[in-house]
Ligand binder design. Structure first.
Ligand SMILES: [Zn+2]
Length: 346
C-alpha cells in the first residue's frame, strides 16, 4: 500500500524558505515569553516527573533555527504523561472536535487553544477526559455537545496545519484528535462487548466485566526514500488530492520486521528490489494514528518499474536539482526528499 490517504491528504502547503525564516524570527521573539510561562508552570507543578520535563524544556532544549517537522515544536512543551485524578480547572485547555474540525480561539489572526474560562456555558458537569499537557497546562478532551456562543471561538478544519505558522497549536490538536478517535473506537470491550470505562490510573480503557485493558493504538508504517546515485524515486498515490510527489509508504504487517516491510512494500508498489536499507527518523502521524518510520534505501534504476495502479497514479525516477513539487517539510516524507535534494548525506 502506498501513501494511505489519511496521511498523504494532509501533506501539502510547504512554506517556502523565506516564510520559514520569518517563522523562526517569530519563534525567537516568542521564546522569552514561552519560557516565562513555563517557569510559572514549573513553580505551580506538583508532579515531579512533569517538573523535570518542563525544566529540561526551559533550560536544556535548544532554540529552533528553522521550522522542522510538525511535531518538533520546541521551545513549546508537549508532555503526554498521564496525570491520574487531575480535575479540570478554569485555566485548563479544552479540546473539542466536530468531524475533522477543532474548536479554537482566534484573536487578531492568532490561534489559541480555548480554556475552560473562555466558555460562558462552562460548568462542572462537563464530561472531560485528561489527555496531556501543553506548556505545563493540562489539556482536556470535551465530548459533550455544547452550544458555542462566543464570537471568538470557531471550528477550524484540522488541515489548517498545512498553512499555519503556529505548528505547536496544530500539533496539539492533531494529537488530541488521535486520542479522540481511539476513545471513540473503544467504547465497548472487544472481548465481551460490555461498555468500557476510562481507567483511572493510566491512559487506557478497561472493561468492568472482564477487566480487558486497551491502550492507545499506534500503527507502525514505513516510508522509504529509494535512491540511485543522483536519482530518487518519487510517486503520487491514487488517493492524493494534490499534485505533489511523495515516497513509497505502507503499514507493517503481522510478523514482519520493518526492513521486511520496506522490501515488500517497494516490491509490491513499484516492482523494485532494494538494498542498503538505513533507518532515518520517525514521525508520529496522529491524523491516521500512525507512526511513520523513515528509511533510505537504494535500487538499481535499470530494473523495470512495475506500478500497482490501485495505489499509485504515477511513479518515476527524478534527478537531484530537477525534482517536481513534493510533500511539505512538516512531514517526514518532505524532510527526507529535501535532504536528498540538498545533498545532506542520505
Ligand atoms: Zn470485556
Amino acid at each position: 500500500m502506498l501513501n494511505f490517504p489519511s496521511v498523504s491528504d494532509f501533506l501539502s502547503g510547504s512554506p517556502d524558505l523565506h516564510e520559514r525564516k520569518t517563522i523562526a524570527d517569530i519563534n525567537r521573539i516568542n521564546i522569552f515569553f514561552i519560557r516565562l510561562r513555563l517557569c510559572k508552570a514549573l513553580i505551580k507543578c506538583k508532579n515531579n516527573k512533569l517538573r523535570i520535563s518542563i525544566f529540561l524544556s526551559i533550560f536544556v532544549q535548544q532554540n529552533p533555527t528553522l521550522q522542522n517537522m510538525i511535531h518538533e515544536i520546541a521551545p513549546h512543551h508537549f508532555n503526554n504523561d498521564f496525570q491520574a485524578g487531575i480535575k479540570l480547572s478554569e485555566e485548563d485547555y479544552i479540546l473539542l472536535y466536530e468531524e475533522n474540525a477543532v474548536l479554537l480561539k482566534r484573536s487578531e489572526g492568532i490561534l489559541e487553544l480555548p480554556r475552560k474560562k473562555d466558555f460562558a456555558s462552562n460548568n462542572d458537569d462537563w464530561t472531560c477526559t485528561f489527555l496531556f499537557s501543553f506548556n505545563g497546562v493540562p489539556c482536556f478532551l470535551l465530548q459533550d455537545k455544547i452550544l458555542i456562543d462566543e464570537p471568538n471561538l470557531g471550528f477550524e478544519d484540522l488541515g489548517f496545519f498545512r498553512s499555519t505558522k503556529q505548528n505547536e497549536i496544530a500539533w496539539i490538536c492533531m494529537v488530541g484528535f488521535h486520542l479522540l478517535n481511539w476513545y471513540r473506537q473503544n467504547k465497548f470491550c472487544g472481548k465481551c462487548g460490555s461498555e468500557t470505562r476510562h481507567k483511572e490510573d493510566e491512559r487506557a480503557t478497561i472493561c468492568p466485566k472482564c477487566n480487558h485493558v486497551v491502550y492507545p493504538k499506534i500503527s507502525p508504517a514505513i516510508i522509504v526514500a529509494i535512491t540511485c546515485g543522483d536519482k530518487i524515486l518519487l510517486a503520487r498515490g491514487t488517493h492524493y488530492k494534490g499534485t505533489w510527489y511523495s515516497l513509497v509508504a505502507g503499514y507493517a504487517d503481522v510478523g514482519e520486521s520493518l526492513e521486511e516491510t520496506v522490501r515488500r512494500e517497494v516490491k509490491e508498489e513499484v516492482g523494485l528490489d532494494v538494498t542498503n536499507i538505513r533507518y532515518y527518523k520517525s514521525q508520529p502521524w496522529p491524523l491516521s494514528g500512525s507512526m511513520m518510520i523513515g528509511f533510505f534505501a537504494e535500487a538499481d534504476d535499470n530494473q523495470p518499474l512495475s506500478i500497482d495502479k490501485n495505489e499509485i497514479a504515477e511513479a518515476a525516477w527524478f534527478e537531484k536539482g530537477n525534482l517536481p513539487a513534493y510533500s511539505s517539510i512538516v512531514s517526514i516524507a518532505g524532510e527526507m526528499i529535501d535532504r536528498f535534494e540538498k545533498g545532506q548525506g542520505v
